[in-house]
Ligand binder design. Structure first.
Ligand SMILES: [Cu+2]
Length: 188
């Protein structure tokens, strides 16, 4: 339903307005109140604000910690560490990036099996970003040249289909053409 909005960019604009308007309303309310309606200095009890400040800081810390703790298991590095520690059968894929293409040791992969992508760059800064067929980015790895070993990440695909690989680090003239594909098939 909202596809047209978000494909044209109007959705992002509407979202920005939606988030800014409440702040603008409060801002102008305070400015008008304190400069036109009642410009005299505040007589409010400062102590009562202290309590509210502590409460507010407590809430901010609580939300920050909760969001981080709840989302940590979805971080690619944590998923990789957990997969490496388990005794699941990991399938290894070697990736080599060079301006402006990839050399991927195996491009037809199985759904449901952890895959360890070990990637390196042969010349300059590149990245290895994998996109779901529906357009969502699943993960990206930054590939720096002249590293001792490859950068590794373990990922388990859930859906069969054609996944797109893209470079997300600007690497020169044909950076936009630096893409490849992975085909995910259902496991036997
Ligand atoms: Cu690039």
């Amino acid at each position: 339903m909202f596809d047209a909005l978000f494909q044209s960019g109007w959705g992002a604009y509407a979202m920005m307005l939606f988030m800014l308007i409440p702040f603008l309303c409060i801002f102008f309310y305070v400015v008008i109140r304190k400069s036109i309606i009642d410009p005299s200095p505040s007589t409010a009890d400062k102590k009562s604000f202290k309590k509210f400040e502590y409460l507010w800081m407590g809430l901010v810390v609580f939300v920050f910690v909760t969001v981080n703790v709840a989302s940590i298991q979805f971080m690619p590095t944590v998923i990789t560490a957990n997969a490496a520690a388990s005794d699941e059968n990991i399938f290894d894929v070697d990736v080599s990036a060079v301006s402006w293409s990839y050399d991927i040791s195996e491009q037809t992969l199985e759904v449901g099996r952890p895959i360890r992508f070990s990637a390196k760059s042969e010349d300059t800064m590149h990245s290895f970003a994998v996109y779901h067929p529906d357009g969502r980015m699943l993960f990206t790895m930054m590939l720096m040249p002249k590293m001792d070993g490859p950068t590794s990440l373990i990922y388990t695909f859930k859906d069969p289909g054609t996944y797109t690989v893209r470079c997300l680090e600007y690497c020169g003239l044909s950076h936009h053409d630096m893409r490849d594909e992975l085909t995910l098939v259902a496991s036997n």
